[in-house]
Design a protein around this ligand. Structure first.
Ligand code: FNR
Length: 189
């Protein structure tokens, strides 16, 4: 069976290294995973004043999450946390109260940094948010990608064989995790 995965790229930068990482993950994902980006750059800043009538960009976001079996977060670390734009998107998707898009939706977290810690602190922060949003998270493997120049080309080719193999295995494990969660928590349950 095929599973649909929606991925969030935490960075809005044109030359984002996390966009390159996401492109590599799309290439290396097993064929049973149908990968599509969930964009969020057009969302206004969230406030609960919108809860009675979500704007089109926010409706589109919630629709996109509803239409996938799982979500993947590919995010940089900004100031030891996740970028504000990504947190804003998560806040939109988690509301209105009682219509949290992440509830029972399997997720995984990965990120690339130019620093040696490889987004570990941001990932811990994101995991707390996803826990509160009741998203079953893949615990292992963890993936902290220390991005060196040319590690991944613009088109998503990984130039270091061991990293390529690591990322391929990460996506294979995510496929297994999604299948297991969906067995217990079917999407339409
Ligand atoms: C950073 N960077 C960074 N790196 C890190 O490892 N830990 C951190 O806390 C931060 N903080 C941080 C804050 C802000 C505002 C910026 C712009 C950058 C550096 C970061 O790893 C680097 O810019 C990456 O290129 C970010 O990934 P994207 O946006 O290129 O995908």
């Amino acid at each position: 069976t095929t599973h649909k995965v929606g991925y969030f790229i935490g960075s809005l930068a044109k030359e984002s290294i996390n966009r390159k990482l996401a492109q590599a993950l799309v290439r290396l994902a097993p064929p049973e995973l149908d990968m599509e980006e969930i964009p969020f750059r057009d969302l206004p800043l969230y406030s609960y004043d919108y809860d009675a009538d979500y704007p089109p960009a926010a409706r589109a976001l919630k629709h996109a999450i509803a239409s996938v079996d799982a979500v993947l977060f590919v995010t940089p670390e900004y100031n030891r946390s996740i970028p504000g734009g990504l947190k804003n998107a998560i806040d939109w998707a988690s509301r209105p109260w009682g219509q949290n898009s992440f509830a029972r939706k399997p997720s995984a977290v990965i990120g690339a940094s130019i620093g040696a810690i490889g987004t570990a602190v941001a990932q811990q922060s994101l995991r707390s948010v996803l826990s509160f949003c009741n998203s079953p998270q893949m615990n292992a493997p963890e993936a902290y990608i220390h991005f060196t120049p040319d590690l991944i080309t613009d088109s998503g080719e990984v130039t270091v064989a061991s990293t390529e193999e690591f990322l391929r295995n990460y996506m294979a494990e995510f496929k297994i995790f999604i299948a297991r969660v969906l067995q217990v928590l079917p999407r339409d349950a």
